[in-house]
Design a binder for this molecule. Structure first.
Ligand code: DOR
Ligand code: ZN
Ligand code: ZN
Length: 428
């Protein structure tokens, strides 16, 4: 019997292990069935990929979709639309919604909403609190459970955990991924109020690197027990890289960096003001350079957005009241591929950071690679083209991007989620 593929990609540039090769890729029933130098059809649809890269969709371990409770700035539909149209096909939603995701019931509600409206694969973190360990244990077997989020310092939302004993008990009971916002509250509290009339330019002084470094040390200590899976969110400083380098390789401690910490420094705050107010802050050029080096050569494992949309109106409030966070789903893949275009990363490393490594961290064993048996979450990219984002281009409901006016790589020409084509990005 002749097999009919659903999709046959012809002569695509793909990453095979650590090499860049030209391959045909065949998809059936949402799964990549064959990857070979030349395949014969028949196929329901053929896609000529000459000169184009067929990459795995990005897996973003860190997004804030804002549903429920803050849907004036994003919801699952709009956030995943922004994701997919720019090449992100799996997202992990953070629990600081309103109400926060602290119980199995709230996780199930989010999963139900995602089943109705999500444009891509979504999983949900539960927040650790002082008294929800039983709930986390029950939620851990839910198919939409992503892991546990621990806030060591205050930021948007109110689920702070300061007692390392609470965290250690949770780690002992739940064999899940634990992701940390690791700015340590005691260090933040010591600086709070120290500047009389603060503006956005003071943000990095009021949330100093020492807070993030002290938090990273605490997390590295917790990671030294075998069997635990700990993940440091949004590294922002050279000091955290040093902690991470010393912690490896004995422990399963992983870490992510965001594009905004790679493309901006506190000097950009003069121009962008509260729009660039984010926790942890963007810091000095030397910090940014250390993050970029650690992204290229290790020990950083993943790129993640920390997509944290707030409206322009909210951002226009005086500094103390303006919320922290920047949107990032529209620009993650273009920013990573821009680093390839300028020679800061090679393509296999960029794909590892965007897709394969985060899938591995999350335990998604069929996502993150263009390889046989993997889900057909695919993005077709012209690596020679660039894109200068404007606010009008983005799909996030908040309607702006800190990358407006910057040069990034073009968004994908087309995106498939489990073999189904999403409509092409606009303007390309
Ligand atoms: O800047 C931030 N915004 N940092 C966080 O940790 C939370 C996020 C948000 O939810 O707005
Ligand atoms: Zn955070
Ligand atoms: Zn976050």
């Amino acid at each position: 019997m002749t097999s009919v593929y659903d999709l046959l990609f012809r002569s695509a540039t793909v990453v095979v292990r650590d090499r860049v090769e030209v391959r045909d890729v065949a998809v059936r029933a949402g799964v990549i069935e064959r990857v070979a130098p030349s395949l014969s059809g028949p196929a329901r649809e053929e896609v000529d990929c000459h000169g184009l890269a067929l990459l795995p969709g990005a897996v973003d371990l860190h997004v804030h979709l804002r549903e429920p409770g803050m849907t004036h700035k994003e919801d699952i539909a709009s956030g995943t639309e922004a994701a997919v149209s720019a090449g992100v096909t799996t997202v992990f939603d953070m629990p600081n919604t309103s109400p926060p995701t602290t119980t199995l019931e709230r996780l199930a509600e989010k999963a139900g909403a995602a089943a109705r409206s999500a444009r891509c694969h979504v999983r949900f973190y539960l927040a650790l609190t002082a008294d929800n360990l039983d709930e986390i244990e029950r939620a851990a077997s839910h198919p939409a459970f992503a892991g546990v989020k621990v806030f060591l310092g205050s930021t948007t939302g109110r689920t702070l955990v300061e007692d390392p004993g609470v965290i250690a008990r949770a780690l002992d009971r739940v064999p899940a991924l634990f992701a940390f916002h690791a700015e340590l509250e005691s260090v933040l509290a010591a600086v709070r109020g120290s500047i009389p009339r603060p503006t956005a330019s003071h943000h990095q002084v009021l949330r100093p690197a020492e807070a993030a470094v002290a938090g990273a040390r605490l997390v590295a200590d917790l990671a030294s027990r075998p069997g635990r899976r700990l993940h440091l969110c949004h590294l922002s400083s050279a000091g955290e890289i040093a902690v991470l380098s010393r912690a490896r390789p004995a422990s399963r401690l992983t870490a992510e960096v965001t594009p905004h910490h790679l493309f901006f420094t506190h000097e950009d705050t003069d121009r962008l003001g509260n729009l660039l107010k984010v926790n942890p802050p963007v810091r000095a050029p030397a910090d940014r350079d250390a993050l970029l080096a650690a992204l290229r050569d290790g020990p950083v494992n993943a790129l993640a957005t920390d997509h944290a949309p707030h409206t322009r109106h909210e951002k226009s409030l005086p500094y103390p009241q303006a919320p922290s966070g920047v949107p990032g789903l529209d620009t993650l893949v273009p920013a990573a591929l821009r680093l390839v275009q300028v020679g800061a990363l090679d393509l296999p490393r960029a794909v590892g950071l965007l897709s394969e490594n985060p899938a591995g961290i999350a335990g998604l064993d069929r996502k993150g690679r263009v390889a046989e048996g993997y889900d057909a979450d695919l993005i077709l990219c012209d690596l020679d083209r660039t894109w200068t984002p404007a606010d009008a281009d983005v799909r996030t409901r908040c309607g702006w991007t800190p990358f407006a006016g910057r040069t990034l790589a073009a968004r994908p020409l087309a995106v498939w989620v489990q073999g189904r084509r999403h409509r092409a990005s606009p303007g390309i």
